[in-house]
Design a protein. Sequence first.
Length: 51
Amino acid sequence: MTHTEAKQRSDVKTLMGRQYNKGIKAKRRLAYLKRKKVAAKAKRKPAPAAA
């Protein structure tokens, strides 16, 4: 191997992709929790009105 040939680490792209995926996962989770919270609130509201 000469000094001009670079041995690229195969896990560099994987790590970069993983960091990006972690961001997407966190965003999805926050959206899911927000939807869940809104659904729970909507479910609770009709009960006092009927009483």
